[in-house]
Design a binder for this molecule. Structure first.
Ligand SMILES: [Zn+2]
Length: 320
């Protein structure tokens, strides 16, 4: 049997609500009708055909637009969308450990996608206590920022430390069983968070800073520390995250550009600490990913069963 796949970062609800895409369509049908200049890479059927068993599905709102009321409303609307898919039998939301274990038993028979909910950016939480109602509806992962600094911590585009509210939020996460996603966090804040937080840690979508020198990616000592914590890094097959010289409009990079990041990350985390976090379609499309990767089933060429899914599953089983 083919190994199952896990994708640790997909902005599915955002694609529906912000880009107006119908992700229940076969990928080729969506491509034929989508007006957006970035060719879509993902729909629910394209995940099914690839054998993706689990996806970390985001609740995402851009902190550069709107304000706290609008963000809260949008987060709950995206959550409701995932619940509607679940109601229609299109996905299973994995809220508790028993959901995960039952899903992994059922998946080989029915191929239904399991979703683990990730709030991408704590700016959408008015206070640390506002994590509770989301956890009650199934949220299991949180990143403290998205690019800009949040009231909780500095971000990759706006450096800063962990704040008092950030420390409180980490305590709340630990009590509720919500894992920490280091993606988008400022390095200074990431080190303090790693030191204080006793729960499960990962980076759902980031690459090696040694190869793409921007604060969006993880420096080698952080990769090492993440590995020592038993964490997993989800690598992003997005050309601008693979080669600092790549710009929109250039031709697609060869697969080797991705494999370089994989080898580098594996040297610091160990091969058991690296997997996929594609971030498809989080603001780019087919034109911006390496040649040969046109849909999820093509990702199978990138690594063994550990890399494709088992590393994430082992991590999930360890704390979920
Ligand atoms: Zn995202």
């Amino acid at each position: 049997m083919e190994p199952v796949m896990v994708d640790a970062h997909l902005d599915l609800a955002w694609n529906v609500r912000a880009l107006g895409r119908d992700l229940t369509l076969p990928l080729d049908r969506l491509r034929a009708q989508d007006p957006h200049p970035d060719t879509p890479l993902v729909t629910l059927p394209s995940l099914r055909e690839a054998g993706v068993a689990v996806a970390f599905a985001t609740l995402f709102v851009d902190p550069r637009e709107g304000g706290i009321d609008a963000w809260q409303e949008e987060v709950w609307a995206q959550l409701a969308l995932y619940e509607a898919w679940e109601g229609a039998g299109l996905v299973r939301i994995l809220r508790e450990r028993e959901d995960l274990l039952a899903h992994l038993e059922r998946f080989p028979k029915d191929g239904t996608l399991g979703l683990i909910l990730l709030l991408e950016g704590a700016h959408a939480l008015p206070t640390p206590e506002d994590l509770r109602p989301l956890r009650a509806r199934g949220l299991r992962l949180l990143s403290l920022t998205w690019a800009t600094a949040s009231p909780y911590a500095g971000g990759n585009a706006e450096a800063g430390p962990l704040t008092g509210a950030g420390r409180e939020l980490l305590g709340e996460m630990e009590r509720l069983g919500v894992a920490l996603d280091l993606s988008h966090l400022a390095e200074e804040a990431a080190w303090e968070a790693l030191e204080r937080f006793g729960g499960a840690v990962c980076a759902t979508h980031a690459n090696a800073q040694a190869l793409v020198p921007t604060p969006r990616h993880l420096p080698d000592p952080l990769l090492q520390a993440l590995g020592e914590r038993g964490g997993v890094l989800g690598l992003v097959p997005f050309n601008a995250f693979l080669d600092p010289g790549w710009k929109r409009g250039m031709k697609r990079l060869p697969l080797a550009a991705f494999l370089r990041h994989k080898a580098h990350a594996e040297a610091f985390l160990g091969p058991q600490g690296v997997g996929l976090g594609t971030d498809w379609d989080g603001g780019f499309g087919l034109e911006a990913v390496p040649e040969g990767l046109d849909r999820h089933r093509d990702l199978r060429a990138l690594g063994d069963g550990g890399f494709l899914g088992e590393n994430w599953l082992r991590w999930l089983r360890s704390w979920f």
